[in-house]
Design a protein around this ligand. Structure first.
Ligand code: C2E
Ligand code: MG
Ligand code: MG
Length: 733
């Protein structure tokens, strides 16, 4: 039988002709190692026409015979077992070119190999190429992964799945030690790790990579700083890839820079402290120089024996007193005092005793007048007192009364006990004269009149005044009554903190509402009270009333501010002062922190040991102490530093002419500097105008009291006290 050679014979017999020709796959049929049937796809794949293949030995499409034989040997048992044989071999096209082909073969009848084999061929060259490319790419990537100079870790569920040798080297581990272990092992502390986890979660939620700088731990336990950049692998749950860079060097450099900066700052701070100390010293020197100058001036203007102002200074002071009285439309008084029978004492007991007596008299006289008044020694046994700015001749009566009283007790001297009495003549400006010469002459005349009327008394130059004088003898008596019958009242003046535009305190100022004479100023009756001892009950009343009033304001919702209460020297020296302050605070239910006591320099310097003890007790309680009228007395800086005082109130005398008098500017500047270096609060009293305010602000003072903001007001004017018109934006209840 002729072998069937025409294409399609077998397939058509098998009913597969259409399928074979249209299959996207090479199909051939071999029998006896020759091509028996070949479809178009297959012939094309091999670069032949189908006819060129039919009947040809199958070996022709293999690169060489060995390949063919080897394939045959491999295929034979599989085919004989009736199974499908799979192979991938290189085939040769007609033009000699080669290609990779994937083959599947099956025997038509495994029992009779002679019946032929059916082969399916697929050109896999392209597939191979793609695979090769992929392999190359993977190899390249591995090369990079293995050799890149940055640590890379691939993590799943916070466990390291893969990492590169650089990371291993950086951390001192082997790659194998890291893989499969929790990422936590790389971090220095649990806190650092948690910070990393939280920061990463936050960044990933925003779709951003997470960048953190953290200390990591090496295998040997040492630490290094690293910068980590982590990204979530898209579409892979919680797979994260992190790159890790050792930034220890950079970090060390930064730390070094910070260290240098800190050193620099410390140096600056040191220099600042040194400078501050130098400034403080300079201020002290200025202050001490001012004081030295003042002492020199005082020597030239004071009497060597008694220390009182001499004639020259008296002349100055009287001139000032008259100018001031004229400007303020007030009165002033000149008192001429002559000691009765001094000449005979001097003659009989000697000059030394006379001198001692004069000193004692001078001391007593000084104690009866206000600080503003002038007590001078005019010569021999003559003294002249100038009373500045008095409201009426009554004030002179008061002083004259006190002079008589204060000189009445006998003086104990080395020479024995001596009684001395004065004759006092008084001339009042402008009633008895418009100028110093006239007033001195008339006071002298009045003094002779006093001598003529039996000595140890006083006389006014004018008859009319003499008559009036008797009406005021009982000033003290009336003051006592005033205290008993509630004629005293308090006015309040706000203390201003200009920086906060707020009221920062309240000074209580006592007034005497006399049914006959109306409101009497404390300047007039405090000295009487002080002299007579009435100041003690009066002072307690002031303290209690001021504290109770402040409490009432607090209950009404007004801002919490401390109330300031003035203490006269006698009050401050009173033995049970601290006890009575404590008791009154308790009675009125006020904390000590809401009380400020104002004392003068003279109170402070009286007895330094006792003063220190008293101030310490007050400070321990929490009561604040201010030095009132600062600058008018003599304060030793050394003591001032030691006393626990909190505030200096610059006397209004320095503020008054601040805009015109450079000396006042110098003094206020020095006081501000002192307060600053001693860390004391500072307030300027008596601010009456915007110009004064401007100068003070320019000098660095920020707290004020004065008519410019508010006069002292009765408690009922509470609105104006807590919100003086000059302040805006004050807190209201
Ligand atoms: P101080 O403690 O220095 O009180 C300030 C005085 O200056 C008050 O006089 C006040 O009215 C006045 N003042 C306030 N601002 C200005 C201003 O801008 N210009 C002028 N020219 N004066 C201003 P006041 O109320 O007549 O009191 C005089 C002194 O009497 C007080 O001086 C204080 O030393 C004493 N004083 C007042 N109340 C008491 C008290 O309750 N107890 C004691 N021991 N002394 C008191
Ligand atoms: Mg005061
Ligand atoms: Mg004052």
């Amino acid at each position: 039988m002729t072998p069937v050679r025409s294409p399609g014979q077998l397939s058509s017999r098998l009913g597969l002709a259409g399928l074979m020709e249209n299959a996207p796959l090479g199909i051939l049929f071999t029998r006896n190692r020759e091509f028996y049937e070949v479809n178009h796809e297959c012939a094309q794949m091999l670069g032949y026409a189908p006819e060129e293949l039919l009947g040809q030995p199958a070996v022709m499409i293999y690169p060489d015979e060995n390949v063919y034989l080897a394939l045959g040997l491999e295929a034979a048992p599989v085919l004989a077992a009736g199974k499908v044989f799979h192979a991938e071999v290189e085939l040769r096209r007609k033009d000699g070119s080669r290609f990779w082909c994937r083959m599947q073969a099956r025997a038509i009848d495994p029992m009779q190999p002679g019946r032929g084999t059916l082969w399916f061929l697929e050109d896999v060259d392209e597939l191979h190429e793609a695979e090769e490319k992929l392999q190359r790419a993977l190899a390249d990537q591995q090369l990079i992964f293995d050799n890149v100079a940055i640590g890379i870790a691939f993590m799943r569920g916070r466990v390291i799945l893969r990492c590169n040798p650089w990371l291993a080297a950086m951390t001192g581990h082997d790659v194998a030690d890291l893989i499969g272990n929790p990422a936590r092992m790389l971090f220095w502390s649990e806190a650092d790790y948690q910070q990393f986890v939280t920061a990463s979660a936050a960044a990933f939620a925003e779709g951003e990579p997470a960048v953190s700088e953290l200390p990591l731990r090496r295998r040997n336990g040492t630490i290094f700083w690293a910068s980590l950049t982590s990204r979530r692998v898209p579409g892979a749950g919680d797979d994260v890839i992190s790159t890790i860079k050792d930034i220890s060097a950079q970090h060390a450099a930064e730390q070094a820079l910070l260290g240098i900066q800190a050193q620099l700052e410390a140096r600056v701070a040191e220099r600042t402290v040194e400078l501050e100390a130098a400034v403080t010293q300079l201020q002290q020197e200025v202050f001490e120089r001012l004081q030295a100058e003042r002492r020199a001036w005082e020597m030239a203007h004071h009497d060597g024996l008694t220390g009182l102002p001499n004639r020259a200074l008296l002349h100055d002071r009287l001139g000032q007193a008259l100018e001031q009285a004229q400007r303020d439309k007030k009165r002033a008084a000149v008192m001429f005092i002559d000691l009765d029978r001094f000449k005979s004492i001097n003659d009989t007991l000697g000059h030394a005793v006379g001198d001692e007596l004069l000193q004692s008299v001078a001391q007593r006289l000084k104690n009866v007048v206000r600080a503003v008044d002038t007590v001078s020694r005019f010569g021999g046994d003559e003294f002249v007192i100038v009373l500045h700015e008095i409201a009426s001749p009554d004030d002179a009566v008061l002083v004259a009364e006190k002079i008589l009283a204060v000189l009445a007790p006998p003086v104990c001297l080395a020479g024995g006990v001596i009684r001395i009495t004065p004759s006092i003549g008084i001339a009042v400006y402008p009633d008895d004269g418009m100028d110093a010469v006239m007033l001195m002459k008339n006071a002298d005349t009045a003094m002779y009149h006093a001598k003529a009327t039996g000595r140890n008394n006083f006389q006014f130059f004018s008859r009319q005044m003499n008559e009036q004088a008797s009406r005021f003898f009982e000033m003290e008596h009336r003051l006592q009554q005033a205290i008993d019958s509630d004629q005293l009242l308090l006015h309040y003046q706000p203390l201003i903190d200009w920086q906060r535009r707020a009221v920062c305190g309240m000074e209580a100022l006592v007034r005497w509402n006399d049914p006959e004479h109306g409101l009497i100023s404390p300047a007039e009756f405090i000295p009487v009270a002080e002299e007579s001892g009435l100041i003690i009950p009066l002072g307690e009343w002031v303290l209690r009333t001021a504290l109770a009033q402040n409490r009432q304001w607090q209950q009404q919702g007004w801002p919490l501010v401390p109330v300031s209460v003035n203490l006269s020297p006698r009050q401050f020296r009173q033995k049970d002062l601290v006890e009575s302050v404590r008791r009154i605070l308790a009675e009125t239910g006020q904390p000590a922190s809401l009380l400020e006591l104002e004392i003068t320099e003279s109170s402070l310097m009286h007895d330094v040991t006792e003063t220190t003890a008293r101030l310490d007790e007050l400070a321990a309680m929490g009561v604040r102490v201010a030095i009132d009228d600062f600058g008018t007395g003599y304060s030793s800086l050394a003591y001032l530093k030691r006393f626990p005082v909190h505030k200096l109130k610059v006397d209004q005398g320095f503020v008054r002419d601040l805009t015109t008098d450079p000396d006042d500017v110098a003094i206020v500047t020095t006081v501000i500097g002192l307060a600053g270096s001693m860390e004391l609060d500072l307030l300027a009293e008596g601010v009456e105008s915007e110009e004064q305010l401007d100068v003070l602000l320019g000098l660095g003072c920020h707290k004020f009291q004065g008519f410019y903001f508010s006069r002292p007001l009765p408690a009922s004017a509470v609105e104006a006290i807590f919100a003086p018109p000059r302040l805006q934006g004050i807190i209201r209840p």
